[in-house]
Design a protein around this ligand. Structure first.
Ligand code: SF4
Ligand code: SF4
Length: 171
C-alpha cells in the first residue's frame, strides 16, 4: 500500500482533527465565512472560525471534502507527518489511532471530558485509574497528533505551508 493511501486509511479510522479531540475550532478567512455557513459548518456569528466537533464529519470522514475550508485542506497532524516521513508500517500508525480513541472512550465512559480543565472529582483507586488514562491520553495527543498542527487554530499561520494540494487525505 502506498504512503498516500496509508494516510487515507489512517484518517478514516481516526477523525480526531474534526471531532474536537485536537482543537475546539477551525479558523476560516473572511472570504470563506459565507460559504462555510452555507455548507452547514457551525460558524460563530462575527468570528473567523467554526466550531468543532464538525457538523460535516460523518463516519470519521468529511462529507464536504471537495468544499472544505483552506485550513482543513492544509492540515496534517504529527501522526501522518511521522508516518510518511519515516515510512512506518500502516498497522503501527493504525494502532496509535486505535489506542488514542480507546483512551478517549474509556475516559468519557467515566464521565471525564479529556480536554476539560475542570478538576477531577475521583478518589482512591478510581482516581488513580482516571489519572493514568488521562496521562496516557495527553501524552499521545501531544506526541502523535498535535505537533504538526498549528494550522487548525484561528490564529494566522506562523509558517509557510509545504503540503502539496491534492495529496492530503480525507479527514
Ligand atoms: S489528519 Fe491526523 S488527526 Fe486528522 S484524521 Fe488524519 S490521522 Fe486523525
Ligand atoms: S475536514 Fe471536513 S469534517 Fe473536518 S473540520 Fe474540515 S469541514 Fe469539518
Amino acid at each position: 500500500m502506498s504512503a498516500e493511501s496509508d494516510a487515507g486509511a489512517i484518517c478514516k479510522s481516526c477523525g480526531a482533527c474534526c471531532d474536537g479531540s485536537l482543537h475546539p475550532r477551525v479558523g476560516i478567512t473572511l472570504k470563506e465565512r459565507e460559504g462555510a455557513r452555507k455548507s452547514g459548518l457551525r460558524v460563530v456569528q462575527g468570528e473567523p472560525f467554526f466550531e468543532l466537533p464538525c457538523s460535516k464529519l460523518v463516519d470519521k470522514a468529511c462529507s464536504i471534502y471537495d468544499d472544505r475550508p483552506g485550513r482543513c485542506r492544509l492540515f496534517v497532524c504529527n501522526l501522518i507527518a511521522t508516518h510518511e516521513r519515516e515510512g512506518l508500517p500502516l498497522e503501527e500508525s493504525l494502532e496509535k489511532v486505535r489506542r488514542f480513541r480507546e483512551l478517549g472512550a474509556q475516559l468519557r465512559a467515566r464521565g471525564v471530558d479529556p480536554r476539560s480543565t475542570e478538576p477531577l472529582k475521583f478518589e482512591g483507586m478510581e482516581g488513580f485509574e482516571v489519572i493514568s488514562l488521562l496521562h496516557e491520553y495527553t501524552e499521545r495527543l501531544e506526541r502523535d497528533f498535535e505537533r504538526a498542527s498549528p494550522l487548525f487554530t484561528d490564529e494566522e499561520p506562523k509558517e509557510a505551508y509545504t503540503v502539496p494540494e491534492g495529496e492530503l487525505p480525507a479527514a
